[in-house]
Design a protein around this ligand. Sequence first.
Ligand SMILES: [Zn+2]
Length: 58
Amino acid sequence: MLPGLGNFLRSARFDAYLCADCGNYQLFATTEALKKLAESKKWFKTIVRNDNSTKGDS
Ligand SMILES: [Zn+2]
């Protein structure tokens, strides 16, 4: 588990979407939850680092 993620998941609220055609299921964090995520600096840095690594092939 990533640092702070457990606390985030316990306190955050999500909107859930289930596609009736293909069964695709997605969770979207609410704006309030995203604010809390940004306050968890370790977790935020982890997201940024992963995002950069996907662009590094070119
Ligand atoms: Zn679908």
